[in-house]
Design a protein around this ligand. Structure first.
Ligand code: ARG
Length: 252
């Protein structure tokens, strides 16, 4: 009797320890991302899991650097504050490396070359470049570099609406409540080839060469390990494989 009680007690200590382990493994790293920024991060409807280019990149970095990314989704706008307060350890969300952000967070080496692009309704023949947007209604995303670009360029000479979610932003264009959307080129391109196909078109050049970086709280000791993992992925072809999976073959 006594013996089995002891065994039970031991077993429950063990399972309690396992439960704690599952919740907060020593190797778990809290990674912030945005709920939807195709094809970098998005929810797989069937599995309920976050998938995308950024998700493959951070999982592979975790494999190499010895941690398991524990993905937390939050508004893009909330990601930098979450890093600043130490609520998350790493953020990967198609985030452009800028001098302004460098003042408050640390960045990895760049992992993706991007830029901004213009999207208009398929029948629009008036807007061919950003210069044509004066006096018009433009949709963009809250807290993004495209919003900064537009406010700097137009001030109050255009009606700039920053949307919290990109789905709403694109629907505003399709529904005609804005004349154009200005946002990250890979996201704009993806929308135009998927749900926006036959309804919208990409016009004009790529604006502002930008590079995405993985962000950390200032002074984080994880930056070097992440950079090393990234470099080794570029060297052995894993980076190219992940890139091809989400964007097709390089240099199409
Ligand atoms: N690259 C732009 C920026 O850093 C937009 C990024 C939006 N990313 C996202 N996950 N919603 O401001």
């Amino acid at each position: 009797m006594k013996f089995s009680f002891k065994k039970m007690a031991l077993a429950s200590v063990a399972s309690a320890a396992m439960a704690v382990g599952a919740m907060a493994n020593a190797d778990d790293v809290r990674v912030a991302t945005d709920p939807s920024f195709v094809p970098f991060e998005m929810m797989d409807q069937e599995s309920g899991e976050m998938v995308g280019f950024d998700m493959d990149i951070i999982r592979e970095i975790g494999n190499r650097a010895g941690f398991t990314p524990n993905i937390n989704t939050m508004d893009f706008n909330g990601i930098i504050p979450a890093l600043q307060t130490g609520n998350v350890d790493i953020a990967i969300a198609g985030m452009t490396i800028t001098d302004e952000r460098r003042e408050v967070v640390d960045f990895s080496d760049p992992y993706y070359d991007s830029g901004l692009q213009l999207l208009v309704g398929k029948d629009n023949t008036d807007v061919k470049a950003v210069e044509d947007l004066a006096g018009l209604k433009i949709g963009t995303k809250i807290g993004s570099t495209s919003f900064d670009f537009l406010t700097e360029k137009f001030g109050s000479d255009a009606t700039i609406t920053p949307y919290p979610g990109s789905a709403d932003m694109y629907m505003a264009l399709v529904g005609g409540s804005v004349d154009a959307v200005f946002y990250d080129a890979p996201n704009v391109g993806y929308f135009s080839q998927t749900r926006g196909e036959g309804r919208v078109k990409v016009v004009g050049p790529l604006y502002e060469g930008q590079q995405y970086g993985i962000a950390f709280p200032k002074g984080s000791d994880r930056v070097d390990a992440v950079n090393e993992a990234l470099a080794s992925m570029r060297e052995d072809g894993t980076y190219d494989e992940i890139h091809a999976k989400w964007f097709g073959k390089a240099e199409e």
